[in-house]
Design a protein around this ligand. Structure first.
Ligand code: ASP
Length: 460
């Protein structure tokens, strides 16, 4: 049994719906289908989810919602009409949306936003089920509540609750193709709560784990996951296979093809994932598995992401001071800031954060407390940093991989602000100024992928 998730671009218009139906009908094992809301049809297009976010703003401000609702319904109509789906479904979508707006009038803004956002995938799943039925496939729309997807009450950032899985397992007993909307679940109080953006991947993964699928297929618009961002290096090497750990590291640092939180449920159950292309389903895609053979190259991919800052803290004899690190992180905890990494020296420690959490007001408060409570010699922040991750399970058994990385940075004439290697040795992380990131990534790619044949890594 397979769970197949189709992302926004795979369900953006009628032609894409037809491709999805063909894929579903080509394999009777594809029993659970998860759909995103309609994505972009062309570069300047607006995603349905973004249209819904604007609608929620209007509702919150008490503005006239007739125009935005019309636009949203028209988007579904352009799909339904071209496919010849019964127009009753469009009336239902419009009615449901208007009822939703009325019912949300006194709701808190975050809940209102989640309920409206979720309708994008919800209506698309109804439409997909109707289209498959019209083609003669036994297809049923299944709401996430009925499926058993229960989540924490964190609007826009839900996490699945463990009790979900028992109920989801019951889906195995249902007949036909089950079409489930992605991106949201229900709190135990029955409220609609969405995952973070791109979260339909998470729904697919939860369902795959819950029904104990043999495979979780994630359909998108590329033939495979690439070893580096194709916007930085044209035509990069395709990745055929990578491990859950490698995927986690790559998606953390910018590989947006698969949501980084989506791995957890399938990883725990050992269910393989295959990332495939709706526009070219014959292509084998990329498999994400527990173990792979990494003899050919110790490095599988290079990822980069910007928007980081680094807080530097110096204090003479820091290494002797018991509890220094805890006290420092406690100040951040009190501010509700999550940190990413903490490389340290003898008398200094750096804390790497996502920069959006650290505006000037927060900086003032945090630095004031650090000065007063930890009596440090100096504290300052370096903004505008990017992180580059060189990822590969084979690295921990190969000598010379780090040497090649530093050589690549030197060749690109990019200064290293920070180096960090986690104890897992699945990745090496480098901090650089954001304006040097592209040069550095190109140079790293050259070293690991173009010159690979001439490098001899010795195995330990
Ligand atoms: N439609 C949602 C978004 O744009 C979720 C998804 O597509 O996975 O973030």
């Amino acid at each position: 049994m397979k769970v197949a998730k189709f992302g926004g671009s795979s369900v953006a218009n009628a032609a894409q719906f037809q491709k999805v139906a063909k894929i579903v009908m080509a394999d009777p094992e594809r029993k659970v289908i998860v759909v995103s809301a309609p994505g972009k049809r062309f570069k300047e297009d607006i995603k349905m989810t973004d249209m819904l976010i604007s609608l929620a703003e209007q509702v919150k401000e008490g503005g006239d919602t007739t125009g935005p609702v019309r636009q949203i319904v028209d988007r579904y109509a352009s799909i339904a009409n071209e496919l010849g789906v019964d127009s009753a479904i469009l009336e239902r979508i419009e009615e449901d949306l208007n009822d939703l707006i009325v019912s949300l009038h006194n709701e808190e803004p975050t809940r209102l936003l989640d309920a409206i956002k979720a309708s994008g995938e919800d209506n698309n799943a109804k439409l997909m089920a109707a289209y498959l039925s019209q083609l003669g496939v036994e297809a049923h729309y299944v709401n996430p509540k009925e499926a058993g997807i229960f989540v924490t009450d964190e609007p826009g950032n839900a996490r699945v609750l463990p009790e979900s899985y028992k109920k989801i397992a019951e889906l195995r007993n249902r007949t036909g193709v089950l079409v489930v909307p992605g991106f949201f679940g229900y709190s135990t109080e029955g409220k609609v709560i969405t995952f973070s953006r791109g979260g339909s991947d998470i729904t697919g993964s939860i369902l795959a784990a819950g029904v104990k699928a043999d495979l979780y297929e994630n359909f998108t618009d590329v033939d495979s996951i690439y070893s580096v961002n194709p916007m930085i290096v044209p035509n990069p090497k395709e990745i055929k296979e990578l491990t859950y750990r490698e995927m986690r590291e790559l998606s953390y640092a910018g590989f947006s093809v698969f949501h980084d939180e989506a791995l957890e449920p399938v990883y725990k159950m050992g269910i393989p994932v295959c990332v495939k292309n709706t526009n070219n389903p014959q292509a084998p895609g990329t498999y994400i598995v527990a173990k792979r053979n990494h003899n050919d190259s110790p490095v599988v991919g290079i990822a980069s992401d910007d928007g980081f800052c680094n807080i530097h803290v110096d204090k003479y004899l820091m290494n002797r001071e018991i509890g220094f690190g805890r006290k420092l992180l406690h100040v951040l905890e009190d501010e509700g800031i999550s940190y990413e990494h903490t490389p340290s020296g003898i008398d200094n420690i750096s804390v790497i954060l996502r920069e959006h959490q650290f505006d000037e007001d927060v900086e003032k408060r945090v630095f004031g407390r650090i000065q007063r409570e930890l009596d440090v010699d100096s504290v300052y922040v370096e903004r505008g940093l990017a992180l580059i991750m060189v990822v590969g399970e084979g690295m921990n058994q190969s000598v010379g991989v780090a040497a090649k990385a530093t050589e690549a940075f030197a060749r690109a004439n990019v200064n290293l602000e920070m180096i960090n290697q986690g104890s897992s040795e699945v990745s090496m992380m480098f901090g650089v100024k954001a304006d040097g990131v592209k040069k550095a990534v190109k140079s790293l790619y050259n070293v690991y992928f173009n010159e690979m044949m001439t490098i001899s890594y010795s195995k330990i």
